[in-house]
Design a protein around this ligand. Structure first.
Ligand code: HEM
Ligand code: NAG
Ligand code: NAG
Length: 351
């Protein structure tokens, strides 16, 4: 409705201006208006499924083949690639800024403690890009390759298949210091998570649905040990954590100071029921106090999100479809399209 009114207004505006001038001038104005509309359409044009069907018809197939091979060899990669898409999209939009290497005088996103050393999978994206480049030079963006890889990882781990709207362009900037101000912290409460996702145009429902990605993959102890040993001034242990689960985790993770002294930071499954299957067991865990991160457990502590968790437990099939839809929505955050940005030749460096 709003944009419709705006359109009416601009047409009237042009018309009024044109009336006062000569015929040539009014033609010029109409031409400019059409051209401006065309440009606006170009740069804000939304993503399209099958975007490469005429320019690189095999692109998605090539990516899928390489990603599948890599995940068959190393099952943990699926989690890495889904997380990579999330970390890319939340910082400067889905523009492959996550893939740029640092250059002298400018540290890139990869170096942020949110990504280093926990985020893996850069090499497999390099391989997919090289294979696509060999077929269609400088045609398929690195940002789209991440989105395809995240989709393939989703389906390979048991999630729903979905088509990926594409046409993203690659950004030219990657700045380490922008990462922590955009990504949510594992210590966030439900309210903080909702606010963080809202800044990216995602709802509380999207946030809860996407958190189901934590049904696969692992976390370093350092992301949650404060819940075990130094929660707050009145509770050494987070009371929302199942005590038996806490006891089990204490056998895996030392207090931060001791772990640091020994240079240890072990990995623990985000979902105690299994690391390779994308499913609603994550939500079942939460209802038993077995969420690993505080940001997981908080989803059932807050009544506003708790009913969403219960709903996912009750309808696993609905969650599967909603997860796919939420991935598509996340994949639209701040994208560059049309002639914005560029198509990198090598995902690690700007052209
Ligand atoms: C809701 C806010 C979120 C927070 C606070 C959060 C935080 C974290 C943290 C701290 C880790 C463990 C990192 C480590 O210590 O190794 C992790 C892992 C992971 N996250 Fe999230 N995350 C969130 C949402 C998401 C979303 C939206 C996705 C994707 C849709 C996602 C996908 C993953 C995956 C798959 C892993 C496992 C990575 C691996 O095994 O390599 N997370 N997350
Ligand atoms: C990176 O971002 C920070 C914080 O937003 C800013 O102060 C800094 O100038 C940026 N660095 C570069 C190289 O653009
Ligand atoms: C510590 O955490 C518990 C549980 O969340 C809470 O009830 C208590 O008020 C907190 N104490 C302080 C000092 O923040």
């Amino acid at each position: 409705m709003y944009s419709h009114n705006e359109y009416d207004f601009s047409l009237k505006h042009i018309h009024l201006q044109a009336m006062g001038k000569g015929a040539t001038h009014s033609f010029m104005l109409i031409f400019i208006a059409i051209f401006a509309a065309f440009l606006a359409e170009k740069s804000s044009s939304s993503l399209e499924a099958d975007f490469y069907k005429s320019t690189c018809p095999l692109a998605e197939k090539i990516v899928r083949k390489i990603i599948t091979k890599a995940i068959v060899k190393d099952h943990g990669l699926a989690a890495s690639l889904i997380r990579m898409h999330f970390h890319d999209c939340f910082v400067r939009g889905c523009d492959a800024s996550i893939l740029l290497d640092s250059i002298p005088g400018s540290k890139s996103e990869k170096l942020s403690i949110a990504n280093n050393p926990s985020l893996q999978g850069y090499e497999v994206i390099d391989r997919a890009k090289a294979a696509v480049e060999a077929q269609c030079p400088q045609t398929v963006s690195c940002a789209d390759i991440i989105a395809f890889a995240a989709r393939d990882s989703t389906t390979l781990t048991g999630g729903a298949g979905y088509s990926v709207p594409a046409g993203r362009r690659d950004g030219r900037i990657s700045n380490e210091s922008e990462v922590l101000e955009n990504l949510p912290f594992p210590t966030f409460t439900s309210t903080q998570l909702i606010q963080n996702f809202a800044k990216k145009g995602l709802s509380a429902k999207d946030m809860v649905t996407l958190s189901g990605a934590h049904s696969i993959g692992v976390s370093h102890c350092s992301s949650f040990t404060s819940r075990l040993y130094s929660f707050n001034s009145t509770h050494t242990q987070d009371p929302s954590m199942n005590p038996k689960f806490a006891k089990f985790l204490k056998t895996k993770c030392l207090p931060i100071s001791k772990a640091a002294k020994r240079g240890l930071d072990p990995l623990v499954a985000l979902d105690v029921k299994g690391v390779y299957h994308l499913d609603v067991k994550y939500y079942e865990n939460l209802m038993k106090g077995k969420g690993l991160l505080r940001s997981d457990q908080t989803l059932v502590e807050d009544p506003w999100t708790a009913w969403m968790v219960e709903r996912h437990v009750e309808s696993p099939e609905v969650w599967r479809e909603e997860f796919a839809a939420a991935m598509v929505k996340m994949g639209r955050i701040g994208v560059l399209t049309g002639n914005q940005g560029e198509i990198r030749k090598n995902c690690r460096v700007v052209n």
